[in-house]
Design a protein around this ligand. Structure first.
Ligand code: PRX
Length: 634
């Protein structure tokens, strides 16, 4: 363990020296002066004065050596389309997209909101923004119109890039009606909407505000748009994520620090070398997609595989066949996908030649031991769990096999990555916990390069949300519980706040509650996460109706439940839809009126809630028990 320990220690004791060396991994148009500006904690500015560009580092820089190497392999099992783009072709496509954006008035510092399914143009658009010095804000294609509207109003984009439709599991989802509704709801008036026409939903193409991409692409076919050299700390993107309040937070990322951190992570954690092929099965709407579909593999000169579709269509062997066909070396997905694949015919995995595959990485939610054991045995390759957040941009915990080949510990995502000064702290005193003692996982100042610079447009919220929740210490809270063993391995023990994790998607229970409350029949609602064998967690809603419960009439109750589920679909998107809606006549609360969510969750999982600080009316607990026991009919 000594090599890792020494390495990590140096990154903490002397971050300036450590990251000055790491910064050599990328191209700087103008060298930086100060490595780390600590003048305004908890803000940290990395590589001050250095000028660089993410698109240059991801694409242009490789043209001299790997212009003819594939940069992007795109596979859609939804449309049957497969396309390959060399670095030279990718460069040309990004230039076209950048020229189109520029012709629509997009300039350095403007926000471009990208609401796209998994198509190559999503990656082109992100990198075109980087090229122009525009700030992209990718909104996950599964989000509904009100959600999109809230992000439009917060990000105030100069341009929205969208498509006619997305597709999942063979179902086409029209995007333009959602964009239409979002634009009508938003107070901010977005000047242009650029439409990528996939010809999946042709009847929607005439909406008056849309500018079609294809004719403009033709017009700018031979365009060359120079890279804007940005100061290292200018924003590269904003990515919204859920927290405790209903208002999503825009996680703002810098340019130079992000590029350096990703490049370092590709060596120390992912062990990706130039020419390797990496398949990250996630979505560009999530941070895993930003970092490990788009930026990191390209910065490191790899071929990235972008996939539209589910892991089980046309059958459960599709991902393994992709590994064989494209000689994939590194694969990265979320445990949920593996829990789905575990249920498939094992012959599908065995039939594929997986000899190219070196390592499988998993992140986004807890990796349960049975799934970890199954996949490790089935692949006979290292399976590396890694723990991080939208906020950090790259793994906080992993097995840094590029530094030292430390053993895996079942149930733990590993040890702190370089640069992360991680401490488990007592939630009441803020003091470090002893080995083996449960506490809140925190990071000491400064966060390493690549982590969020602030909350978009709200520095105060950055400080008050992330740096003010641990008593007596100004440290960053992850809002995760954890415990560390004597060798430094950390085990994650769930969230300290009201965020739940459904199939690797981070959802705020407060957002779902707000969506349900908007229904006229709802008086009060509590949403909790309960264990789910495939999705890790599922949302369960406990609803108190305004009028008496429609007890006697099961069909009326079923109708109302379906309507409530639809309300969530319309407000947030189907990923947030509660798995079950349970009607109760009162909710358990403390005497001060705070919902006892943990007690409700315990009951929903068939556990007793244990000692409660105060309770307004103990009969409410019995209510929940009774409603749950109702043979699942609720
Ligand atoms: O609770 C932790 C859980 O997912 C949260 C972050 O989600 P998100 O912002 O979507 O970023 C995902 C980046 C991979 C964390 O606060 N989480 C993430 N990875 C793990 C995890 N929980 C347990 N084990 C993990 N490996």
């Amino acid at each position: 363990m000594t090599r890792y320990r020494d390495f990590h220690r140096r990154s903490i004791d002397n971050p300036e020296a450590f990251w000055r060396d790491e910064a050599q991994r990328i191209h700087w148009h103008t060298p930086f002066g100060t490595v780390l500006d600590r003048s305004k904690p908890p803000f940290a500015r990395w590589f001050v004065g250095g000028r660089t560009n993410l698109c240059h580092n991801a694409v242009d820089r490789h043209l001299a050596e790997r212009a003819q190497q594939n940069a992007l392999i795109y596979v859609s099992t939804e449309t049957g389309i497969e396309r390959h783009y060399t670095y030279a072709e990718l460069h040309a496509e990004i230039n076209r997209m950048a020229a189109v954006m520029r012709s629509l008035g997009v300039k350095r510092g403007d926000v471009v909101l990208i609401y796209l399914p998994m198509i190559p143009e999503a990656l082109f658009a992100m990198l075109a923004c980087a090229r122009l010095g525009a700030i992209h804000s990718v909104v996950f294609g599964g989000f509904a119109a009100p959600n999109l509207a809230a992000r439009i109003d917060d990000a105030k984009p100069a341009l929205i890039v969208t498509a006619d439709a997305g597709a999942r599991g063979g179902k086409v989802i029209d995007y333009t009606p959602l964009v239409d509704e979002a634009l009508a709801r938003a107070a901010h008036k977005t000047p242009h909407v650029l439409l990528i026409d996939r010809q999946l939903a042709p009847e929607r193409l005439n909406a008056p505000y849309l500018v079609a991409y294809e004719p403009l692409r033709e017009q700018f076919f031979n365009a060359h748009v120079p890279c804007e050299w940005l100061e290292s700390n200018e924003p590269s993107y904003v990515l919204y994520t859920s927290g405790t309040t209903g208002k999503p937070k825009g996680v703002q990322r810098d340019v130079g620090g992000y590029a350096v951190a990703l490049a370092a992570s590709m060596e120390y954690i992912f062990q990706g070398k130039p020419g390797d092929t990496m398949f990250t099965a996630s979505d560009v709407g999530w941070v895993v997609g930003h970092s490990y579909i788009v930026y990191a593999p390209l910065i490191a000169g790899l071929t990235t595989v972008m996939y539209e579709g589910t892991p089980i269509r046309p059958d459960g062997g599709i991902w393994w066949r992709l590994v064989e066909q494209h000689k994939i070396n590194i694969m990265f997905t979320a445990p949920t996908a593996l829990r789905v694949l575990k249920k498939q015919d094992p012959a599908l995995l065995k039939a594929a030649d997986l000899s190219s595959l070196r390592t499988l990485f998993l992140a986004g939610e807890p990796l349960d031991e049975p799934t970890a054991e199954w996949i490790t045995n089935a692949l006979s390759k290292p399976v590396i769990d890694n723990y991080w957040q939208t906020e950090t941009g790259w793994p906080m915990l992993a097995i840094p096999r590029g530094i030292e080949d430390l053993p895996n510990k079942l149930g733990s995502p590993g040890v702190p990555s370089v640069g992360y000064n991680l401490t488990i702290r007592d939630e009441l005193t803020g003091e470090p916990c002893a080995v083996g003692e449960k506490g809140v996982l925190t990071l000491d100042y400064p966060l390493p390069p690549g982590c969020m610079s602030t909350v978009w447009g709200d520095d105060r919220r950055f400080v008050s949300t992330y740096w003010s929740s641990v008593p007596n210490q100004q440290v960053y809270s992850t809002f995760d519980w954890g415990v560390q063993d004597e060798n430094g391995y950390v085990t994650i023990l769930g969230r300290t706040d009201d965020v739940i994790n459904v199939a690797g998607h981070r959802l705020g229970t407060r957002e779902i509650e707000e969506a349900l409350s908007s229904h006229a029949a709802v008086a009060e609602v509590a949403v909790v996460g309960v264990n789910d064998p495939v999705k890790g967690q599922a949302a369960m809603a406990f609803v108190v109706l305004r009028s008496a419960q429609p007890e006697g009439d099961p069909s009326e109750r079923a109708r109302l439940e379906a309507e409530l589920a639809m309300t969530v679909d319309r407000q947030l998107g189907s990923i947030a839809r509660p798995a079950r809606v349970v009607m109760v006549s009162m909710l358990p609360k403390t005497r001060s009126g705070k919902l006892l969510r943990r007690a409700i969750a315990a009951l929903a999982e068939g556990r007793e809630p244990g000692e409660l600080p105060t309770i307004e009316d103990p009969a409410a607990l019995q209510q929940v028990r009774d409603a749950l026991g109702d043979g699942g009919k609720n």
